[in-house]
Design a protein around this ligand. Structure first.
Ligand code: HEC
Length: 155
């Protein structure tokens, strides 16, 4: 076999590997669910990690509303930032690959919307804007919960 042929075979093999990674990254580890949602299959620890993140999102949303009602913008900013992109750093790559692309996009968009609440509150100091923006961000909570669920699996 000449060298040129070997290089093409290598290129083809690499292409297939990259395509497989890309596919995995896009579809994630999902199965159809009998409640018409998609089941994201996770280990017990991964599911617990994400559910804890969810409860923190709920708590932070309540804290933002309470602070906005008292025009306490420093607290609004603190909790909005805690729900923003900065909180994403702790998510391990293995878990990230199991989440389908549509869910990742919704998750990132939600985090960005919280960062925007923090930035806007800092500038405008307007509680009506905080409430309006939080209500828009929470449409993402509704959209994602309507589409996906987390199901525990052994691997
Ligand atoms: C990108 C998708 C996504 C977004 C965005 C999202 N969630 Fe979730 N959340 C889920 C999934 C999936 C579950 C598990 C639901 C199930 O298995 O039935 C969940 C579960 C929860 C739970 C239950 C936690 C537990 O301990 O059982 C809470 C509370 C929650 N989410 C709050 C929120 C709030 C508040 C927001 C918006 C600020 C939000 N979520 C945004 C996907 C999302």
């Amino acid at each position: 076999m000449n060298n040129c042929k070997l290089s093409w075979i290598l290129v083809a093999v690499l292409f297939i590997i990259v395509a497989m990674f890309g596919y995995k990254f896009t579809v994630g580890n999902v199965q159809p669910s009998d409640d018409n949602r998609q089941a994201v299959m996770l280990t017990k620890d991964e599911r617990n990690t994400l559910l804890l993140e969810m409860r923190v999102w709920l708590q932070n949303s309540q804290a933002i509303l309470a602070a906005a009602s008292e025009k306490d913008f420093d607290t609004v900013i603190k909790y909005a930032k805690a729900s923003g992109m900065g909180a994403e750093a702790g998510v391990p790559g293995s878990l990230f690959r199991k989440i389908p692309l549509g869910m990742k996009s919704l998750g990132f968009d939600t985090r960005k919307k919280f960062d925007d609440i923090a930035a806007d509150a800092e500038k405008s100091r307007d509680s009506n804007r905080v409430v309006a923006k939080l209500s828009v961000a929470m449409n993402n909570c509704i959209a994602c919960h309507g589409t996906y669920r987390f199901v525990e699996t052994v691997q």
